[in-house]
Design a binder for this molecule. Structure first.
Ligand SMILES: Nc1ncnc2c1ncn2[C@@H]1O[C@H](COP(=O)(O)OP(=O)(O)OP(=O)(O)O)[C@@H](O)[C@H]1O
Length: 254
């Protein structure tokens, strides 16, 4: 069964701007999808509809068999716990240690007084340390995040997401703030997590070279419409031109 399915999905913002136009898309468990396109093309809108950070206005969007627009309250919160979200700006508590940041992903399942007192069980701490180990920064577990490099901070964010055992990770420009070497390392982390843990990954990215190197499938979006969708090894310069410059998509046999 498909994991994520867009059927004739559109998003019109309250000011009338069309963020998505009649999007049809099926994503299966375990895929690593990169989404590229010009600034303002609709990449963030596409990714943020999946965990209902943004509501669609037309069509149907199902995730793991659930029509996401039917979710509210507790069921919406439970649904969101299965979907990790990574941002360009890491969104960490910079004055807390790496392990404390990872442990915060457990907070929704804990009684308020334990949260207030910062009481985490041995099992929870072990789980958090395992997550830090998976992204190669176990040695930084007790370092404050404001003393870590950008790449290390993004890895803490990734560990925090892994700690909630997601089935999907959505990443909105996760390497945009990183230098090229660190960006490759973080993309490598995503790839390893995708392959070893079979977690589906959807990533918005401006760097085409990184998209082609690490993802398996590329989606090109232009003015809210999907103009390319296929395996990365079939992407040609003509296809990239069409995504970025509006040239028509070359058809096989042209
Ligand atoms: N809250 C909003 N209200 C109105 N229009 C919006 C809103 N958010 C986004 N848009 C518009 O929707 C379109 C798609 O925006 P979106 O942020 O999805 O693009 P993007 O491809 O992610 O761009 P970038 O690469 O710059 O982040 C743009 O025209 C944008 O101005």
């Amino acid at each position: 069964m498909s994991l994520i399915e867009f059927k004739h999905v559109s998003k019109t913002y309250p000011n009338g701007v069309k963020g998505l136009k009649d999007v049809n898309l099926t994503i299966n468990q375990g895929e690593f999808v990169a989404i590229i396109g010009l600034s303002g093309a609709g990449k963030s809108t596409l990714i943020r509809t999946i965990n209902r950070m943004i509501d669609i206005t037309e069509g149907q969007l199902t995730v793991d068999g659930t029509d996401v627009m039917t979710l509210k309250g507790k069921s919406l919160r439970r649904f969101r716990r299965k979907i990790g979200m990574i941002f360009q700006s890491f969104n960490l508590v910079s004055r807390s240690t790496a392990i404390k940041n990872v442990l915060t992903s457990m907070v929704p399942d804990m009684p308020w007084w334990k949260v207030l007192l910062g009481i985490f069980s041995k099992e929870q701490k072990m789980h958090a340390l395992e997550a830090l180990d998976k992204v190669g920064i176990l040695d930084k577990a007790y370092t404050r995040c404001d003393q870590l490099s950008g790449g290390q901070q993004q890895r803490v964010a990734l560990a925090r997401t892994l700690n909630q055992t997601p089935t999907i990770i959505l990443a909105d420009e996760p390497v945009a703030a990183l230098d090229p070497v660190t960006a490759h390392q973080v993309m490598g982390d995503f790839k390893r997590i995708n392959e070893e843990m079979n977690i589906s990954i959807l990533i918005n990215i401006h760097h085409v070279d990184l998209a082609l190197k690490y993802a398996t499938r590329l989606i090109g979006i232009r003015a809210g419409e999907i103009v390319y969708d296929g395996p990365v090894d079939q992407v040609t310069q003509e296809i990239l031109d069409s995504i970025y410059n509006g040239a028509s998509i070359p058809q096989a046999g042209d």
